[in-house]
Design a protein around this ligand. Structure first.
Ligand code: MSP
Length: 651
């Protein structure tokens, strides 16, 4: 870095799929990145904050077909909505990259060629199960009853030419990276998961498709399009002009932080660094995996109608209240449950009561006791000193928490000051001081210190709630630019003129709000159900099923509830897990082919449904007595679970 140049800070969000409007979960990630970008700017960094949309791939192409528009028309519409949302929320990104933009497309192709020329991309044969009418390849586990999951027709073994990336070559280098730079992937639990995944052995990655064409053509073979994740991950570099216009690249790369949700950590901590190693480029300093916001005990889902729409909440409560709630309530890295009640309580207690009240009582008292001008402080006692020290000591604590991405704790440190100031009012009792002319210096100091404490708070909250910062400063009459260094000072307010305004956060009637939000939710769930029902009525195409059976055939099966007592890997088969299950009085062993999907320890203690009277058989030399039921779910399986007693019948 040259003398006088600012230190740079490059932070990214994932680029979102424009398959439908974004919900509160997506908003959560972007709000965190925005707060960090604003915080670093305030600390004097030259910040680059990158976001955008991931617009290619088969899913988007299908959605567009269903909507009867071209993929480009489809994404243009959704992306406009996403940009509107970020504009409403005043998200301070520096670039919004769309993967359909020419600047991105050409650079992804250039990057493909770099890896190809390095010898890390090669053409081979992709083997899979092919559905001819759908022109799609499937893996064994994706099939439904052995048939194509899309149309229900039979599939056949087939192979096609495809390009592969030599991911297998980078396993040891990645493990070495995690070992020597544990900070590269945080939290630690995510890094341990990824290490375990790599240790099982990395296979080369198929990085081209010919079954659809909504993607970036492989430059040397244009009937192939580039795998959507390769295309998407490249955004972090193409936005910087890499490789053909490297000015921004030279300035900002390597990224300081890629902020991503936990389910896409794998792509960012394995595929992305391997691509960069192949291109011989520096690696990002850190990948941070955050948890999920859950609702009703699970994922938000459009089809259930339980997604929380950030726009509704902003309309009712304002941007800053929503941002405060998201940043204050949840612990980085962990999942959190979203409920209206928790949100409304936070807004009422922390914002309306603690902060809002402090502003309004301070301004009212300065008007009443000091003619509206903040007095100088000539007097000082222990309480005054304590308030001052708490306020000017907060910035360091906030910084320490922000270094750890602990947004909730950073805000908590600020609220220590807010609560201390409110308590100070109760202890000082200015209304008593005002009755005694001899205690005027004490009263003046009290008013001065409250104004200073609020000014310090206005600086500290700026990265999280910049509009509220401005509202507070207008009311207390603070002047000048917002500067982090001013959070360490306590001598800037004397002589400022206060101006009473509206409550910065109006008090909410929680019962009434809860009822209204619930009514809105019920309405959208009903609409979703009707829509799904209607869709079913319109599109009901009978599935190709196995031949019909008599009730007496069904009645031969004995399904039972079982508790998994133990799960471990099969000694001779990678795909198999060996379970000990308890069914009422009986304990038995069952072998299932789910080792690639579940870690043994995540299944212990779960209640499952078992076909209990299936004839025992040997699976790779281990006896299996019965079968555990799993529901196929995309490339995964889910347990078919129940809370009934083990041993009970399932009919
Ligand atoms: N397009 C890919 C990312 C490519 S980055 C090179 C993608 N898009 S996504 O729209 O499905 O998800 C984007 C981000 O939103 C992910 O980090 C994901 O974890 C996050 N979230 C989606 N739902 C979420 C919650 N309910 N809660 C928190 N974050 C969640 O994946």
């Amino acid at each position: 870095m040259k003398d006088g140049e600012k230190k740079t800070y490059y932070i990214t969000t994932p680029i979102y799929y424009p398959s439908s409007n974004l919900h509160i979960g997506h908003t959560y990630c972007t709000v965190m990145a925005d707060a960090m970008a604003r915080f670093k700017r305030l600390q004097g960094y030259d910040v680059r904050f990158q976001t955008g949309t991931d617009e290619h791939g088969q899913k988007i192409q299908k959605k567009a077909e269903e909507a009867g528009v071209t993929p480009q028309e489809f994404v243009d519409k959704v992306v406009a909505g996403i940009k509107d949302l970020w504009a409403t929320m005043e998200i301070s990104y520096d670039d919004f990259l769309r993967t359909t933009e020419e600047r991105h497309v050409k650079r992804v192709q250039q990057m493909f060629m770099k890896m190809y020329e390095k010898g890390d991309i090669y053409k081979s044969v992709y083997e899979g199960l092919y559905c001819t009418p759908c022109e799609s390849f499937w893996t064994e586990s994706q099939l439904v009853d052995g048939k194509c999951p899309d149309c229900g027709r039979p599939v056949e073994k087939a192979n096609e030419e495809a390009y592969f990336f030599r991911l297998s070559k980078y396993g040891d280098k990645l493990l070495d990276l995690y070992e020597t730079h544990p900070e590269f992937l945080q939290p630690d639990t995510r890094r341990n998961e990824m290490s375990a995944f790599i240790r099982q052995g990395l296979e080369d990655l198929c990085i081209s498709r010919t079954s659809f064409d909504w993607g970036i053509p492989v430059p040397i073979d244009t009937k192939h399009v580039i795998y959507v994740w390769l295309d998407a991950l490249a955004n972090y570099l193409t936005t910087l002009g890499y490789p053909d216009d490297p000015e921004l690249y030279n300035k900002y790369w390597p990224a300081d932080v890629h902020l991503v949700g936990k389910e896409i950590v794998r792509f960012h901590s394995i595929i992305w660094p391997a691509m960069l190693m192949s291109m011989e480029l520096p690696l990002p300093k850190q990948v941070l995996g955050h948890g999920w916001l859950l609702i009703d005990g699970g994922k938000m889902s459009k089809s259930k109608g339980n997604v929380v729409d950030p726009v509704t909440l902003i309309d009712r409560y304002g941007i800053d209240a929503l941002k405060y709630f998201l940043l204050r309530e949840y612990t980085f890295g962990q999942d959190g449950v979203f409920t209206n009640e928790v949100m409304l309580k936070r807004m009422n207690f922390d914002l309306a009561n603690d902060l809002g009240n402090l502003v309004s009582r301070t301004v009212t008292m300065i008007e009443k006791y000091c003619g509206g001008t903040v007095p100088a402080a000539e007097y000082e006692d222990e309480l005054d000193k304590e308030l001052m020290e708490t306020a000017v000591g907060a910035a360091d604590k906030v910084e320490a928490q922000m270094d750890k991405f602990a947004f909730n704790m950073a805000l908590e440190e600020i609220w220590v000051v807010v609560r201390r100031a409110n308590k100070y009012v109760d202890e000082k009792m200015p209304w008593v001081l005002a009755k005694d002319e001899a205690r005027k210096p004490e009263l003046d100091t009290c008013m001065h210190h409250l104004a200073e404490a609020l000014r310090v708070v206005s600086v500290l909250i700026y990265p999280f709630m910049h509009t509220t910062t401005m509202k507070i400063r207008e009311q207390i009459g603070a002047e000048g630019e917002i500067a982090w260094a001013d959070a360490y000072r306590f001598d800037l307010m004397a002589g400022c003129k206060v101006k009473r305004g509206e409550a910065i956060f109006p008090r909410l009637d929680i019962e009434k709000e809860l009822a209204e939000l619930e009514a809105m939710k019920q309405k959208s769930m009903k609409e979703a159900q009707e829509k799904n029902g209607a869709a079913q009525a319109e599109e009901s195409v009978p599935l190709e099923l196995k031949p019909e059976i008599e009730f007496s055939d069904f009645d031969k099966c004995d399904f039972r509830v079982a508790t998994i007592l133990e799960a471990k890997k099969h000694p001779d088969a990678d795909k198999l897990l060996v379970f000990k299950v308890k069914m009422g009085t009986e304990i038995r062993q069952i072998v299932s082919g789910v080792a690639k999907i579940f870690k043994p320890e995540e299944l212990v203690g779960k209640k499952v449904v078992v076909v209990a009277n299936l004839k025992p058989r040997q699976l790779r030399g281990v006896e299996s007595k019965g079968m555990i039921l799993f529901a196929e779910s995309g490339e995964r399986f889910e347990l078919v679970s129940t809370s009934a007693e083990d041993g009970n019948s399932v009919r």
